[in-house]
Ligand binder design. Structure first.
Ligand code: ASP
Ligand code: MG
Length: 452
């Protein structure tokens, strides 16, 4: 039986009014479905704060935060339910989840305690939604992610086990059109409550989609999919109708808010289309991410342009590099030891330039690099990323891109790392001009290459 997975993020379930919108969308869905919910917006942050306060033994402050959270929930259920019966049930449920936290005030703080605390957000939001569906007399059942979502010792989803367990859980509800479950939370190999790290609900949806071989995974948030350019700086942007997984992954670094690339791996592997939709504009088409978006031999498609600020470039110049081997390894090791990830790299015969966005260890890194040659550091740069089907064997793409930029100084260019990306580095003060020039040159009637 084909199923679809619908995941709603924190804002989508962030108030009684929004929960009602989510219910409408779920009810309108004709196929049987699994609904994955995040915690209400802000709740996981509050729970993290409670946990931090407990770890610092600030018990009174932690209790106060718990009280505030309880009040927030109480307000929501007053607005959500019409029947007294369901209001009372919801109120008891919220008290129960608050009471789960109480004994934790007494015991020694540990990571295990933190994970139990963090799990309460999704447990509450899903229970609330189930009660609301019940009040509407809509067919739905709650299934606990803790009964099937398991991770292995490497903290990775245990796919085989999840597939078996979820099948068992689903088979208990043969007549249910909608099954509701929690994003983010799971159990580890010791059977303890754990999670898929912050923002992990998309990952949950994708893992579940792969496990049940869903026909589609829908990720509902407060934006209408991906845009071809940054609407904050460029007029006349449009939302991308379709994009391949590879292109979407290239863009993820630039708009982490949209999607973490890891979260769609299970869907990509099983070839399940992922549709990004907006809970507050359900009529908008959204963006479909699927493998078929780039058929082999298809034309050049420039899909999207994105930028990332606060980039620092480091140049290491050394004649010792000339015809030597192992030089890059030694340089990269310095970044590894300082737990700093490198984004772009370009090399010449006697120099290497690379970029980082986390400068917390910059002083240490520079000190260590000085042993290899002369170092130059430029800050306040922006990476511009062009994503699309721009394989090296396609003519005219690079020319079309750089023809737009004849007046812009470019610090670094990276092309050929993948078939789907060309990135370059400019001064942050040129970023808005660059985004607009590219938009005009690549996405309007003046464009000289085929775009989508
Ligand atoms: N509630 C969790 C968080 O805020 C998971 C998620 O929303 O994806 O990180
Ligand atoms: Mg979230």
């Amino acid at each position: 039986m084909s199923m679809i997975v619908l995941k709603f993020g924190g804002t989508s379930v962030g108030s009684a009014e929004n929960i009602k919108k989510v219910a409408k969308i779920v009810i309108a869905e004709k196929e049987s479905n699994i609904v994955v919910l995040s915690a209400m917006s802000g709740v996981t942050n509050t729970l993290q704060n409670i946990s931090n306060l407990l770890s610092q033994k600030k018990i009174d402050e932690a209790q106060l935060e718990m009280l505030n959270l309880n009040q927030k929930y109480n307000k929501v259920i007053q607005d959500l339910f019409d029947s007294n019966d369901h209001f009372v049930k919801a109120s008891l449920m919220i008290n129960y989840h608050n009471e789960v936290l109480l004994p934790l005030l007494e015991i020694e703080f540990s990571e295990k305690v933190e994970k139990v605390i963090l799990a309460q957000g999704e447990l509450v939001s899903t229970n609330l939604f189930q009660l609301y569906m019940e009040e509407l007399e809509e067919s739905s059942n709650l299934i606990s992610a803790l009964d099937f979502m398991t991770i292995d010792d490497n903290h990775e989803p245990d796919t085989e086990r999840i597939k078996e367990s979820i099948a068992k859980v689903i088979s208990k509800h043969p007549r249910s059109k909608t099954l509701i479950t929690q994003g983010f939370i799971c159990k580890n190999t010791s059977g303890e409550i754990d999670n898929l790290k912050r923002g992990g609900s998309d990952y949950t949806a994708s893992i579940i989609g792969a496990a049940v071989e869903a026909s589609q995974i829908q990720l509902w948030s407060d934006i209408s999919g991906m845009h071809n350019n940054d609407p904050r700086f460029v007029d006349q942007t449009f939302s991308i109708e379709e994009i391949s997984f590879d292109e979407a992954a290239e863009l993820a670094y630039f708009g982490a808010k949209i999607l973490h690339p890891q979260s769609i791996i299970p869907a990509k592997e099983k070839n399940i289309p992922v549709l990004l939709k907006n809970t507050f504009k359900p009529e908008a088409k959204g963006t479909l991410i699927h493998n078929g978006a780039n058929p082999q031999g298809s034309d050049v498609n420039i899909r999207a342009i994105a930028a990332k600020d606060n980039i620092t470039a480091i140049k290491i110049k050394s004649y010792r590099m000339l015809m030597a081997y192992g030089f890059l390894k030694k340089i990269f090791e310095i970044f590894e030891q300082n737990q700093t990830s490198i984004d772009m790299i370009t090399t010449s015969e006697v120099a290497v330039s690379l970029t980082i966005d986390d400068t917390s260890k910059l002083t240490e890194i520079i000190q260590e690099l000085e042993g290899f040659g002369s170092i130059e550091v430029d800050s306040d740069l922006s990476i511009i990323c062009i994503a699309g089907n721009i394989a090296q064997n396609k003519k005219g793409v690079t020319a079309a891109i750089f023809n737009c930029l004849t007046d812009i100084p470019i610090r670094m260019i990276s092309y050929g790392g993948s078939n789907y990306n060309l990135s370059f580095l400019v001064k942050a003060s040129d970023k808005i001009a660059v985004l607009n020039l590219l938009n005009k040159g690549l996405f309007t009637s003046e464009a000289t290459v085929l775009v989508n």
